[in-house]
Design a protein around this ligand. Structure first.
Ligand code: PMV
Length: 348
């Protein structure tokens, strides 16, 4: 076991879109309910991590430099610094090494797409990989489970980005090996859902006024919290069934109900707030109308922001792309066409 080492590692980690939402957490990023997501392909973060011996061994604490596309990013550096400081036990090499991170996203920075999931996913993968390389890792847990657990401690939803296709995070009595500590892959997926498209409609590209962490904490004293957590538990069970039996109608119904419930929780918290914009409602109504008129299995979902994700099987790509380009795109800032992804990739 080397005491000092030099290594340069680069990981690409995709973002994910939740179908059953994680909203509300206990200490140490333990979720209040299970969530189910689809890993994306085009929205990803790449993290290059350079690990070298500390120049001055007497310097205590974490030595970190965080660059975003070559420019120092102080707010994110502080967040990662805190993360590393509280996880020294998992990554003991940090004590006598300095870490230089350069990260980049392949989606436009200003689109309001949450990047902390893919960023913390890539950071956790690189750290766990570095531990493995120098055999500090003593646990028997598989590489991706460990990376998922460590990603979760940085950003909850990041833990679901470790696998291609679909993942569940949070203990569910009916799902073997499901855990609050890390996500696992859902492997029983019907052909109908193996290749899904996700067109991300950028309604608004401003930084949102209420962060996700504030939103999670408002679930602590929320009047509807307990029923919401129970509902999510039932919806997770339903979605797992649907992903395996290929039932489009139920997927649509559960996905849309989850999206609206997430925002209903925000609107009924104390203090209440609203992240949807007129363009969000307009897009939702057009999507529902298009589905009713054409019987195309297309639905919407939302994350904690005004942008709309349009989900549809690849078999319907031509007709839905035409609908998006003609009826939605003229009213939007941008559309990002994404799809089911294969999961993270080690670049070197
Ligand atoms: O991972 P966080 O703390 O950014 O929370 C994400 C919450 C939602 O995106 C709204 C839902 C989810 O499950 O991803």
């Amino acid at each position: 076991m080397a005491d000092h080492f030099y290594t340069k590692i680069k990981w690409r980690c995709p973002s994910n879109i939740a179908i059953v939402k994680y909203w509300g957490k206990k200490d140490h990023q333990v979720p209040c309910n299970p969530s189910v997501s689809m890993t994306l392909s085009e929205a990803f973060t790449e993290v290059e991590m350079e690990i070298s011996p500390k120049k001055d061994k007497d310097v205590k604490g974490v030595e970190l430099e965080y660059f975003y596309e070559g420019i120092k990013n102080v707010p994110f550096q502080l967040r990662v610094q805190t993360y590393l400081e509280s996880n020294l036990e998992s990554f003991p090499f940090i004590k006598n090494h300095s870490i230089h991170i350069n990260s980049s996203n392949n989606f436009p920075h200003s689109t309001g797409i949450a990047s902390s999931a893919s960023a913390f996913g890539a950071i956790a993968l690189s750290l766990v990989d570095a531990q493995n390389e120098f055999s500090y890792l003593s646990e028997k847990k598989s590489f991706y489970k460990k990376a998922s657990e460590m990603a979760r401690l940085g950003s909850g939803s990041a833990c679901r980005s470790m696998y291609g296709g679909f993942a569940i995070w949070g203990h569910h009595p009916n799902v073997k090996e499901s855990s609050d500590q890390f996500a696992i892959e859902l492997t029983d997926i019907h052909d109908n859902f193996k290749q899904m498209q996700d067109a991300i409609l950028i309604v608004d590209d401003q930084q949102k006024k209420v962060s996700s962490s504030t939103g999670h904490s408002l679930m602590n004293n929320h009047p509807y919290a307990q029923s919401r957590f129970l509902q999510a538990q039932k919806n997770a069970e339903e979605i797992i069934k649907v992903l395996s039996n290929g039932d489009y109608d139920t997927l649509i119904q559960v996905a849309e109900a989850e999206a609206l419930t997430l925002h209903a929780m925000m609107m009924t918290s104390h203090p209440y707030y609203l992240l949807m914009k007129p363009g969000t409602i307009d897009a939702i109504q057009k999507i529902v109308h298009f589905r009713e008129e054409t019987h195309t299995p297309v639905c919407f979902t939302l994350d904690a922001g005004p942008n709309v994700h349009v989900l549809y099987p690849s078999a319907f790509k031509t007709v839905v792309t035409e609908f998006i380009n003609n009826d939605l795109k003229p009213f939007l800032k941008e559309v990002i066409f994404d799809k089911t992804g294969k999961g993270p990739e080690k670049l070197y």
